[in-house]
Ligand binder design. Structure first.
Ligand SMILES: O=C(O)c1ccc(O)c(O)c1
Ligand SMILES: [Mg+2]
Length: 616
């Protein structure tokens, strides 16, 4: 079979809310069916028959009832009670319209290590199920007491040898244990009754804790799900692709967008399996612009700051209160029309696309609908979608959108003299990256959004201790590195005690020579962030820089980092408005990072700047 006709299913345990909330969200996101998690049914006031009708009305099938625990390899009296318990659950399944039950491998202290006995008792269960037109899918939990690998569960199922007993494979249990997924190909497809999918970050921790708190939707973590699912499909497995993700954040997130996120993960996975649901992401050619949503006060401060950085005001939008500021290929829009709860925030960014129309179609197919937009006559038709944090992402072709700024470029120095008695440019050539602080609840969702919608590849997650908490950071970038977005967030919900520096965001400009630019900025009295001496003393201790370079860095508050491939010189401005600052970056050689070791120094410096402003 091909995944194109695979049914897409989600376990109710993935989503927050009551069973009714979960079913509505799953249906709205376009799922075909659900796994009903037992606790979700038990806490519902609706009878199983009512849930069945609700599902039917929503166009959902009930593909699995789960989990049935601690059944096998027990003494006779316990077996009797377990079979009785199973019959009661079959009654429930009958009403629910579910014909498949998931039995997970026992963790019971009362069970014994006896494969023969486990197989014999599972066979009895399968006979009971078959008598009622039902089937049993046996799943090895990674922390099962005796059975904790899929090959072991397969040996038991084979030994039981009953047509109503098969396997449930769960990618988490297989891949967390480091089992070789190649053996899956040797299992006959008709013995694979169900496939559960979850991704996860690579963590070195107890599998039970890892599974119950940190599972992710496919594409958000670091498991090789395409290979895993490819092996399963190679057996002839024709059942659903079902998501089963236990995650602390998703458990408390609004289930409607969470289900959309889940569906997007399946579409991306299908694409990775060679069954695309949309045309591939067109090639990107850089960040065409970043737009700051500003109020009046922030607007004039940002205009001053951009002027000091050598930007020129080169145009005003035909019909909206939007200014275009340019230097080299770096473009910033100040938009005073969009409402923002902050005095200034990154409202939008634009990716230069080889085919903006196709980018928009793909976004739509990946569950990111094109945002409605008011457009005057003759204005460029710019499509945009909303990222999980609300940032608007445009797909554009610069030639055409620049025409909305009739004066841009063409008027040249005359225009600039009139509108913007600018300081000369300082060698900025474009946007290196945009750093977006993600709300705690949207970090993993954001990774998947940029990956699936724009075709950006995620880099490994880095975590570091910073003055206001532990920070997680992950960059996503296109294959040629022209569009880079640095996603940053806190590991736990952000503390509120230091509101002076709430969730800063920034735009990093590519600079030909940061030290030269820094000297010019110093002469201009530009608002460059002061970096303390302790930082340079440590830099010297760690990296043994040429003393002349070190002195230059120190004198100009330029920060430094290096990796195996090159060096990174960068400087930060002070904060403008509630949360915006700029960075100037110079990548030397093949430096691939973002100066992460310097981020805590910058955060503390921003707080000092804020407190000094309040005191002063
Ligand atoms: O964590 C658990 O108990 C649990 C239950 C059912 C599953 O399918 C599973 O993978 C884990
Ligand atoms: Mg499972």
């Amino acid at each position: 079979m091909s995944t194109a006709d695979a049914r897409r299913v989600i376990a109710t345990v993935c989503l927050s809310g009551t069973l009714e909330d979960k079913l509505a969200a799953a249906a709205a996101a376009g799922f075909d069916g659900v796994e009903i998690f037992e606790n979700d049914l038990i806490t519902s006031a609706a009878s199983p028959a009512e849930i069945r009708r609700r599902c039917a009305d929503l166009g959902l099938t009930v593909d699995l009832y789960q989990p049935f625990r601690d059944f096998e390899a027990v003494p006779p009296d316990v077996l009797r009670a377990n079979l009785r318990r199973a019959e009661r659950k079959f009654d429930v399944m009958e009403q629910l319209g579910a014909d498949l039950v998931l039995v997970c491998s026992t963790v019971s202290p009362g069970a014994v290590d006896d494969d023969e006995l486990a197989a014999e008792q599972l066979r009895l269960l399968a006979e009971r199920a078959a008598a009622r037109g039902m089937r049993v899918a046996y799943e090895a939990l990674a922390w099962g007491r005796f059975v904790n690998t899929y090959d072991h569960s397969w040996r038991i199922v084979r030994r039981a040898d009953h047509p109503a007993l098969g396997l449930c494979l769960d990618s988490f249990h297989v891949l967390s244990r480091g089992s070789d997924p190649a053996l899956i190909c040797t299992i006959p497809g008709e013995k694979l009754f169900f496939l559960q999918l979850a991704d996860a970050p690579r963590l070195d921790m107890d599998v039970l804790q890892w599974s119950r708190h940190h599972r992710l939707f496919p594409g958000q973590g670091s498991f090789d799900l395409p290979t895993f699912v490819g092996n399963v499909l190679s057996t002839g497995y024709a059942g659903p692709l079902s998501l089963e993700v236990f995650n602390d954040v998703f458990r408390q997130a609004d289930p409607v967008p969470a289900a959309v996120d889940a569906m997007r993960s399946l579409r991306l996975l299908e694409e990775q399996l060679g069954m695309p649901v949309a045309a591939p992401a067109p090639e990107l050619g850089g960040c065409a612009f970043a737009e700051l949503a500003v109020d009046e006060i922030a607007s004039s401060r940002l205009a001053d700051a951009l002027t000091a950085l050598g930007f020129s005001l080169t145009g005003k939008h035909r019909s909206k209160p939007v200014q275009l500021w340019e230097q080299g290929g770096a473009r910033v829009l100040l938009n005073a029309s969009s409402s923002t709860s902050d005095s200034a925030a990154i409202g939008a960014l634009a990716a230069e696309s080889a085919d903006p129309g196709r980018s928009a179609e793909r976004a739509d197919a990946m569950g990111a609908p094109i945002l409605p937009r008011s457009r005057g006559p003759e204005e460029a038709n710019l499509a945009s979608v909303a990222a999980p944090d609300g940032t608007e992402v445009f797909f554009c072709d610069t030639e055409s959108w620049l025409s909305d700024f009739p004066d841009a470029g063409s008027v040249g120095s005359n225009f600039r003299q009139n509108w913007n008695p600018a300081s000369p440019a300082i060698g900025l050539t474009g946007i290196d990256h945009v750093a977006l602080t993600q709300p705690f609840d949207h970090f993993d969702e954001a990774t998947l959004f940029y990956r699936s919608v724009l075709g950006l590849e995620p880099e490994p997650v880095v975590e570091y201790a910073a003055p206001f908490g532990m920070v997680r950071s992950r960059a996503v970038l296109d294959p040629s590195g022209t569009v880079r977005i640095a996603l940053t967030g806190t590991l736990v919900r952000r503390g509120e005690w230091a509101p002076a520096v709430r969730d800063p965001q920034h735009i990093a400009f590519t600079c030909e020579d940061v030290l030269a630019a820094a000297r010019t900025l110093r002469e201009r009295g530009a608002p460059v962030l002061r970096i303390p001496d302790n930082y340079y003393d440590d830099l010297d201790a760690r990296l043994e820089l040429d003393p002349r370079l070190l002195a230059e860095l120190r004198a100009n508050s330029v920060l430094y980092d290096r990796d195996e491939n090159g060096e990174y010189l960068h400087l930060f401005t002070e904060l403008f408005g509630s949360r915006i600052f700029f960075e100037l970056v110079q990548r030397i050689g093949g430096y691939a990072g973002y100066g992460v070791p310097n981020a805590p120094v910058r955060m503390a410096a921003h707080r000092r700047q804020r407190l000094a402003a309040i005191d002063g």
